[in-house]
Design a protein around this ligand. Structure first.
Ligand SMILES: *Cc1c(COP(=O)(O)O)cnc(C)c1O
Length: 224
């Protein structure tokens, strides 16, 4: 392996304050890159394709916590439900229902984050703030015993305008506080704010992230 995963991993870990966890985004990177990070103690990895995740889950150490970070089609939930730790990008009630159903079949509780759509163009996925309010207000999620809503996830716009990124992340932060107070006040598990990627995680650290999702800055450019 000619890429210095260990060095890059530590550059990131060294600047993360206490209480902020790293999800190492390993999509499109080979097992040996993941093993190099694992050897340094990294245990949380994120993937965005079901088949790639399955291959890696089968061939890598079983104490890895896998986070599914991409857009997840409902018909794929059953494949990852037996082992995935967290599904980060829940963007519909339909998906939430399916995760609950498949987790129940496996006798598991799957942690999830609700994905917010705040960015102008980074992604077409995610719940608008009003969609998210509506989903929580409707309350069906309270009956879902096999999913645990642990917080919110978002991607900021792909832009060089750091003020715009800061605005978007601050909006997510304020929204977190709003729904925390209204729906999750008594729920210690609702505590995660997943934002910050390779290019914008320094801003995320200033806007209350608890979980950065970093790929390129650790593993180098992806070869698609
Ligand atoms: C790929 C991806 C990341 C990591 O992006 P980098 O720029 O490589 O750090 C983070 N979050 C999501 C949702 C992704 O799809």
């Amino acid at each position: 392996m000619d890429y210095d995963v260990k060095g890059h991993l530590h550059q990131v870990l060294d600047v993360l304050p206490e209480g902020v966890r790293l999800v190492a985004i390993s999509k499109y990177h080979p097992n040996e890159y993941i093993e190099a990070a694992y050897a340094e103690g990294q245990r949380i990895f994120g993937e965005s394709h079901e088949q790639e995740l399955r291959q890696k889950h089968l061939s890598l150490p079983k104490d890895i916590e896998w986070h599914f970070i991409g857009h997840l089609q409902t018909n794929k939930v059953k494949y990852i439900a037996p082992y995935v730790t967290m599904i980060e990008a829940v963007d519909s009630l339909k998906l939430l229902r399916e995760i609950n159903k498949q987790a129940e079949r496996c006798g598991r509780i799957i942690k999830v984050l609700l994905e917010l759509h705040i960015a102008e163009e980074a992604t077409k996925y995610g719940l608008t703030l009003d969609d998210c309010r509506e989903l929580l207000e409707a309350g069906e999620w309270r009956e879902m015993k096999h999913v645990r809503i642990c917080g919110l996830m978002m991607m900021a716009s792909l832009t060089d305008d750091s003020e715009q990124i800061r605005r978007e992340m601050s909006t997510a932060r304020d929204f977190f506080d709003e729904v925390k107070a209204k729906y999750f006040d008594a729920e210690a598990d609702f505590c995660e704010r997943s934002w910050g990627m390779s290019d914008d995680y320094p801003i995320a650290l200033e806007t209350g992230t608890t979980m950065v999702r970093i790929g390129t800055a650790i593993f180098g450019p992806r070869v698609y």
